[in-house]
Design a protein around this ligand. Structure first.
Ligand code: XMP
Length: 528
């Protein structure tokens, strides 16, 4: 994906075996790419609107056609030049992809008499089918379709079926064309990873030598070439993405890189110092590090503000203003770093228009008026877990690499109502205790995201002989796969009890601790 015309992606592709996922707009397309990469084979997603010549030029070892929302026999259904299937490159069609292949080659796709949705028992019709090497018979697969292949195209053999679907899998081995009605990429397909590995390794002949180390090295070499003796500016938040991006740049160009870290006073306890310890002058990396202690500025702006959206807006705008002021002091730079990752780049959209490159300036919300010539995005080909892997390869401390998600507006969205320096201190202390105890109980590895928040409620309590009138801290812990939905985690009673005791004893101005049992929906993970 050489959007900048700089040859970067081509360089990576030439060095690695490549599988292309041709996106017809299905909802699991990023998952397909991930599963292929889990076979140590590099994989990229392209819209079905990508030119055939471009696909050919990239010289892929195999092509996977995704699912999609249309019916192949509808007038405006997503389609592709048939020549794709005549290149001699192995093709695997998944769901819509298999139906499209059938339709364009003269088979028949029709509305299924019985719509299949959910797990289905798939019977393999002949043991030698290359896709099903080493797969149990029957095997459980995930189905989600209203159309089905009623008649395979000439030359195809049916290799698997279910009770309701006569063609659950098909193949035309001479032409290296394969199709499955089910979704091997989702975890509900129990042996899906093996089925995809069979395609990628046995059918496409990939050796699976793609390693994160090679990716990181190629990325560093490329940055060096791209930047030359230019100056680079990076907004470092201490989060995983910006940290990994900064380290890659530091390894590539050393002190041509300046990282600006804005401490907005809404970070977790000691976090600003931790970021400085890693990236600052006594830290591990060769770069210029500027820490801006803008706490007071943010607290001033937030004084008296209660409405959540307003608070978020103020924090976002102030952040940009502070960053901009620093950028002005530094003067013109050649490049601005953005920690854009692959899910930001590829948006699986209805209609298969998935390869939407977001406007650079929108991705990180950085201002247009910082004086730079080009954006540099060293992580734009990586998924989140791959960014973490890259971080480990680069020797970034695990604590940073496996950091929980932390919102840009920070504790600002974990303090209900007005933000004050005093409230920030309370929530920082309570949160530090909570995290310490969760670590000690080993819960930090099993719970998706957890933190302490400060409610806007004060109530009466008693301490010693005195009555108190203090705040209630809310503990939150959720399990989530995608952060779109979440459930409250079951934290052992002893852990909650201990955290509660410690918070009311150790944190001034807190006399009550509550556990938030709300899921998302109807709650959100953060409190504002
Ligand atoms: P909510 O509260 O919307 O959070 O259920 C979902 C996930 O997103 C994180 N989050 C943010 N991350 N900037 C971010 O970078 C934000 O403004 C923001 N708000 C919420 C939140 O921590 C959770 O992981």
């Amino acid at each position: 994906m050489d959007t900048k015309g700089d040859g970067f992606e081509e360089e990576i592709i030439l060095k690695h075996e490549l599988i292309i996922v041709l996106d017809f707009g299905g909802q699991y397309n990023q998952l397909i790419a991930r599963r292929v990469r889990e076979c140590n084979v590099y994989c990229e997603i392209y819209s079905y609107k990508t030119d055939l010549e471009k696909i050919q030029r990239m010289n892929p070892k195999g092509i996977i056609l995704t699912g999609g929302p249309s019916s192949v026999y509808e007038e405006n259904a997503a389609t592709y030049p048939k020549e794709l299937l005549e290149l001699g490159i192995p093709v695997l069609g998944i769901c819509y992809g298999a139906q499209w292949m059938t339709h364009i080659l003269g088979g028949r796709v029709a509305k299924a008499p019985i719509r299949e949705y959910g797990k289905a028992e798939v019977s393999i019709d002949f043991a030698h089918a290359a896709l099903f090497k080493g797969i149990s018979n029957p095997t459980i697969c995930w189905m989600s379709h209203f159309d089905y292949i009623a008649q395979v195209a000439a030359g195809f053999t049916v290799s698997a079926h279910t009770a309701d679907c006569p063609v659950a899998a098909m193949e035309h081995t001479n032409q290296k064309l394969y199709g499955v009605q089910f979704h091997p990429e989702v975890l509900h397909t129990l042996e899906g990873q093996k089925i995809l590995a069979n395609f990628v390794k046995h059918i496409c002949g990939c050796t699976g030598d793609w390693q994160m180390r090679a990716f990181v090295e190629a990325g560093i070499a490329k940055i060096r070439e791209q930047v030359g003796d230019g100056k680079v500016l990076c907004a470092l938040s201490g989060g995983v993405d910006s940290s990994v991006a900064a380290v890659m740049l530091s390894k590539a160009i050393g002190r041509q890189l300046t990282c600006v870290f804005v401490d907005h006073g809404l970070l977790r306890k000691d976090e600003g110092d931790q970021v400085e310890a890693v990236f600052g002058p006594t830290g591990h990396y060769d770069l210029n590090f500027i820490r801006v202690n803008a706490q007071a500025r943010f607290y001033d702006k937030l004084a008296g503000i209660i409405e959540p959206e307003k608070k978020r807006k103020i924090i976002g705008e102030e952040f940009i203003r502070v960053f901009e002021e620093e950028a002005k002091k530094i003067g013109a730079v050649d490049f601005l770093v953005q920690g854009t990752i692959y899910p930001d780049v590829v948006e699986s959209g209805v209609g298969g228009e998935s390869t939407v490159i977001k406007s650079h300036h929108n991705v990180g919300g950085l201002p247009d008026y910082v004086d730079f010539k080009e954006i540099i995005e060293p992580l734009r080909d990586l998924f989140k877990d791959e960014v973490r892997q890259a971080g480990l390869e680069l020797g970034i401390p695990e604590r940073l690499v496996f950091r929980q998600p932390f919102p840009g507006p920070g504790l600002g969205v974990r303090i209900v109502g007005e933000v004050t320096a005093e409230k920030v201190k309370i929530v920082q202390e309570a949160d530090a205790i909570y995290r310490e105890e969760m670590d000690a109980a080993g819960m930090n590895k099993t719970v998706g995201q957890y933190f302490a928040a400060l409610t806007n409620m004060r109530s009466v309590g008693v301490m010693g002989d005195e009555r108190t009138y203090d705040y209630a801290v809310a503990l939150r812990a959720v399990n989530t796969v995608d952060f779109m939905t979440a459930e409250a985690s079951e934290i052992p009673w002893q852990v909650l009890h201990k955290v509660t005791l410690r918070i009311v004893n150790e944190v001034e101005h807190v006399n009550r601790v509550l556990y938030d049992l709300t899921g998302k929906p109807p709650g959100t993970i953060e409190l504002e």
